[in-house]
Design a protein. Structure first.
Ligand code: AMP
Ligand code: GLY
Length: 422
């Protein structure tokens, strides 16, 4: 089976890496890919959002399956367009991808179907929003409705900060039309856990748990990023909690999407806050997380292509998805200055992968002189596997210490709270 993976980050490298292990995989393509992906797949030059070019390429190359990994082509309806052209595609259609693409939609869904989440109000103009924030308790979160490359959620500790956030989103339009509407919500306290789940619209099958580190600096300081590191499993996600989430969040979400004529097929990313009042949804994503995919997928035993087929064909209940009983840790090596301003083009000195070490590439390319160089904010996702998390983390950091490129930045505290030392 020839497969095209759409996207270019560490997540897409993890997907290509896993697909490449399947005996069912024929030729693998990626668009646009990166230098690491290019070792396993033929990279096409089209941007992940260039729907016309991707559909055309899939037709011309007789691709059997297109895996649409990032949020923006999903929100733009790439899966619908591929299906219209008679091409099998993995990922939610445009209507279902609203679960991530519109916070007004997803919060409304949770309210309507009693799925636990932070209390909130939505606004379509800054005047009403500013009137409202005079009446409430702080801190709060103010979020752009649409996609905002992971930066659309701003916390405010007081009225002045809230006014600035509202104006930044609704008047200055820093996130463009994504900020035409906003959600203002209560601040939740607790521990964050990511649960990725496969669903075919009939059943929902959670993957092993993981946790992400969003802020750029140690001790959760500095601005939010796409994710600076992750580990799996999460110690706090007990079987009892998993059962509770299944009954109060996962199944109700699938059922709610069906009732709204928006059946979701693909991967749902449940970003959960485990609060003193129980688990609540922070947000949904309509895809694998990055870097969560880099710690979850290497632990998958079952053939990913079998799972993809079952999801597309509505037969997920018929297969048994198995996981390795181990742990995975991923440390992201980023360009200094990310997520704000950074330089690229620096030569990377890598080490070899081994059985327990997979260096997924994110922003890398081969330059004109044939050298591997940095080409993005997040550069490498150094993932190690071991019997336990502590060993996985130490293997990952050991590898990181041997890899270098100019201005490399990484967090030194990935997973530290989870292994019980601060
Ligand atoms: P989001 O873009 O909605 O994923 O939010 C980005 C990050 O902000 C999340 O990973 C949380 O750490 C934090 N966050 C978002 N909403 C809330 C909330 N209501 N309460 C506390 N933290 C939140
Ligand atoms: N790691 C966060 C995300 O993929 O959205």
């Amino acid at each position: 089976m020839d497969i095209l993976v759409v996207g270019s980050g560490g997540r897409e490298h993890a997907i290509v890496h896993k697909l490449n292990q399947s005996i069912r995989a024929g030729k693998i393509y990626a668009s646009p890919g990166n230098a690491g992906i290019a070792e396993l797949a033929e990279c096409l030059p089209y941007k992940a959002t260039d729907i016309d070019a991707i559909v055309e390429a899939a037709k011309n190359l007789n691709i059997d399956l297109v895996f649409v990994a990032p949020d923006d082509p999903l929100a733009l309806g790439m899966v619908d367009r591929l299906n219209e052209a008679g091409i099998r595609a993995f990922g939610p259609n445009k209507k279902a991808a609203r679960l991530e693409g519109s916070k007004v939609f997803s919060k409304g869904l949770m309210k309507k179907y009693n799925i636990p989440t932070a209390a909130y109000q939505t606004f379509d103009n800054s005047k009403d929003a500013i009137k409202y924030i005079k009446t409430i308790n702080y801190p709060i979160f103010i979020k752009a409705d649409g996609l905002a490359v992971g930066k659309g959620a701003i916390s405010a500790d007081n009225y002045d900060e809230a006014v600035t956030a509202i104006n930044t989103i609704m008047e200055d339009k820093v996130f463009g039309n994504s900020g035409n509407n906003i959600v203002i919500e209560e601040f939740m306290t607790g521990t964050e856990v990511t649960i990725l789940a496969f669903t075919d619209g009939n059943v929902v099958v959670p993957m092993v748990s993981s946790q992400d580190h969003k802020q750029v600096y140690d001790n959760d300081e500095g601005p939010n990023t796409g994710g600076m590191g992750a580990f799996s499993p999460s110690r706090i996600y007990t079987p009892e909690l998993a059962e509770l989430c299944m009954e109060t969040i996962f199944k109700p979400t699938i059922n709610a999407m069906n009732k709204e004529n928006s059946t979701f097929k693909g991967v749902i990313y449940f970003q959960l806050m485990i609060t003193p009042d129980g688990p609540k949804v922070i947000e949904y994503n309509a895809r694998f997380g990055d870097p969560e995919a880099q710690v979850v997928l290497p632990r998958l035993k079952t053939d990913l292509i079998d799972i993809i087929d079952a999801v597309i064909d509505g037969k997920l209940a018929d297969i048994n998805i198995e996981w390795h009983d181990n742990a995975a840790a991923c440390v992201v090596m980023a360009s200094g200055g990310y997520p704000v301003k950074y330089e690229t083009g620096f030569e990377i000195n890598l080490i070899e992968n081994n059985e327990d070490l997979i260096i997924y590439h994110a922003g890398t390319k081969i330059n004109e002189s044939g050298k591997l160089v940095t080409n993005g904010g997040r550069v490498l996702c150094v993932t190690a596997l071991a019997e336990d998390l502590k060993t996985a983390l130490s293997k990952s950091y050991n590898a990181v210490s041997q890899i270098n490129f100019k201005n490399a930045h990484y967090r030194k505290d990935i997973g530290i709270n989870a292994i019980g030392k601060k």
